[in-house]
Ligand binder design. Structure first.
Ligand code: HEC
Ligand code: HEC
Length: 204
């Protein structure tokens, strides 16, 4: 993970030198799918990004570029994103790009997933809170991204992708494999929607 450490250092020094100066040009090619404010666009299966921490964004961009996400056997959506890595600026500019994304703001997208919120909360505390935090705010020390504020349709799709082995299937992808085994441990498919509807309620 030498690359990751480099990114984190670069990110820190960037923030330290000048703050997150807006550079929307780096992001321009992404807006077609993820929207002008990185608010997401469901019709293209492109999720909201602006609620995520810069470090989480970097980790995922790195995975798409390495083919750990979006390779053979991945969902059509993940393959579409993997096909878009050519639009990324040179790696030296990634910290600036993700700082800009994390600086944007938008409302959480409308509720599209219905589930038993109460059961979801119970399952969340049992299976998820240790890594993603009691209110789904994420825990960078564990590489666990923020979930609160994410699109409910995207969270559900990712849980299915983990559970069905489309994401987190490579041996090198330790964080992905960890998450895959958590999704697989859930008692039934309804649990996925139940947990997502609880997570969605955290941003109300
Ligand atoms: C052709 C449409 C398209 C373009 C262009 C595109 N993306 Fe994506 N992106 C997607 C889709 C679809 C997903 C969801 C992948 C999945 O479901 O696994 C995604 C996922 C992501 C994720 C993962 C989010 C998460 O929560 O893990 C990041 C980060 C991301 N994109 C950043 C970018 C950036 C930065 C650019 C510009 C260089 C970009 N994308 C351009 C379609 C696109
Ligand atoms: C052992 C720690 C751990 C536990 C427990 C855990 N996760 Fe995760 N989760 C992670 C990590 C690490 C990632 C990032 C995976 C990656 O890099 O691909 C992740 C990613 C995710 C994502 C993808 C987010 C995105 O933006 O793409 C979702 C959704 C998610 N977790 C939901 C859950 C839910 C729901 C539970 C409980 C059933 C859970 N997680 C339990 C560590 C954990």
């Amino acid at each position: 993970m030498r690359l990751t450490i480099f990114f984190r250092l670069a990110l820190l020094s960037f923030a330290w030198v000048g703050g997150a100066s807006a550079n929307s040009e780096l992001y321009a090619p992404c807006a077609t799918c993820h929207g002008e404010q990185a608010q997401g666009q469901r019709a293209l299966a492109a999720p909201r990004l602006n609620h995520l921490d810069p470090v989480s964004l970097l980790l995922q961009l790195e995975k798409f570029q390495r083919g750990w996400r979006g390779g053979e056997g991945a969902s059509a959506a993940a393959q579409q994103m993997a096909g878009s890595v050519a639009l990324l600026p040179p790696e030296a500019a990634w910290p600036e790009l993700v700082a800009w994304i994390a600086d944007q703001d938008s409302d959480v997208s409308p509720v599209t997933v219905t589930g038993d919120r109460e059961r979801g909360g119970t399952l969340y505390r049992q299976f998820c809170a240790a890594c993603h935090g009691p209110r789904a705010q994420g825990n960078l020390a564990l590489n666990a991204p923020r979930l609160a504020g994410g699109d409910d349709w995207y969270l559900l799709a990712q849980l299915h992708a983990f559970r069905e082995g489309q994401r987190g299937r490579l041996r090198e992808d330790r964080a992905g494999r960890q998450m895959r085994s958590m999704a697989a441990a859930l008692p039934d498919d309804a649990a996925l929607a139940d947990i997502v509807s609880w997570i969605r309620a955290q941003s109300e």
